[in-house]
Design a protein around this ligand. Structure first.
Ligand code: ADP
Length: 301
């Protein structure tokens, strides 16, 4: 069983011909509202694959919060751990221009009010979960409390997004730490500049204390690294990518779920790469996440 601890946002998207300058108003397309946030995305991705999944998150007592709860429940996620109130639901205000470039303003809202005390109050949920997966769109001290509150048999998976330097206690709990190229560079800082490529990043990140590391490489697949297994490459599946939104979230969710079923890190990452590949063939985040049948139907196994 998988527990995702993290953010839930309403993504408010408007297409524009061009972005307004300061003091200017432009007209845009009709508003599209999508459930999002890395925590909510991961929980939906795992549940759609068939994983027994729970979400620990905080939303506002408002329409966006209800939208998020509805999308979680529709995917089959256990939402008993979703707390309500304290601030409006987190929102991402997104404008998309004709070239497809995004400009995004995030208001963390209730995500910023998910506290270490909330995590301690959910310790039964933490202890009941074989794998607990977190990201960094909630306060860092809350993520630290998750790592400190794991049950003796629970495994902790962290995607440090948006990236920032991490305390040693948090790094030491990760099994694995999952990063894309940008996140790897931020976590490595100066040392990353001296590294010659992804294999070096994986080794340097492993030296920072996590039990294992995964570096995702988009269309190039991923690297998995651990002290006993060395660095291994995981192939991607060749697909026609139309929108990479949510690829990392679906990859992480799939990997965390497979680890909980007893798969090795390399096996879990290979499955996750197939899930990520399907998700990039469709637009959107949660809408793009596949079922297990759709993953099996993908060629190139
Ligand atoms: P993020 O979305 O966090 O930047 P990546 O872009 O590295 O993460 O994507 C996560 C995973 O999804 C990759 O490791 C890969 O397995 C899969 N993936 C992403 N983009 C593609 C692609 N264009 N073709 C095939 N697989 C992809």
């Amino acid at each position: 069983d998988l527990l995702v601890v993290g953010s839930a946002n309403a993504d408010l998207v408007i297409g524009v011909e061009r972005r307004p300058a300061a003091g200017e108003t432009v007209l845009g397309s009709d508003l599209a509202v999508h459930p999002g946030g890395k925590g909510a995305n991961q929980a939906v991705a795992a549940a759609r694959l068939g994983a027994r999944t729970a979400l620990l998150a905080r939303v506002g007592d408002d329409a966006h919060g209800r939208l998020l709860l509805d999308s979680q429940r529709a995917a089959g996620v256990d939402t008993a751990g979703v707390l309500t109130g304290g601030a409006p639901t987190g929102v991402a205000l997104i404008t998309v221009d004709p070239s497809g470039d995004n400009s995004i303003v995030v208001s963390p809202g209730a995500n910023g009010r998910l506290t270490p005390a909330d995590v301690r109050a959910a310790s039964g949920l933490l202890h009941a979960s074989r794998v607990v997966s977190a990201q960094l769109e909630i306060p860092l001290e809350t993520v630290v409390a998750v790592a400190a509150g794991l049950g003796p048999d629970s495994r902790f998976v962290l995607n440090p997004s948006p990236p920032r330097p991490l305390p040693a206690v948090l790094l030491a709990a990760c099994d694995p730490l999952i990063v894309n190229e940008h996140e790897a560079k931020v976590l490595l800082g100066e040392a990353g500049g001296a590294a010659s490529g992804p294999e070096d990043w994986a080794r340097l990140l492993l030296a920072k204390g996590p039990r294992s590391v995964v570096v995702t490489l988009g269309a190039e697949g991923a690297l998995v690294a651990s002290a006993d297994g060395g660095v291994q490459h995981v192939d991607s599946v060749k697909v026609d990518a139309v929108d990479t939104t949510g690829a990392g979230d679906s990859f992480t969710a799939a990997l965390a779920w497979r680890l909980g079923t007893g798969a090795s890190l390399a096996e879990a990452a290979a499955y996750a790469a197939r899930v990520g590949a399907v998700s990039v063939t469709r637009r959107g985040a949660q809408e793009s996440f596949p079922t297990a049948e759709e993953v099996d139907a993908l060629g190139g196994a």
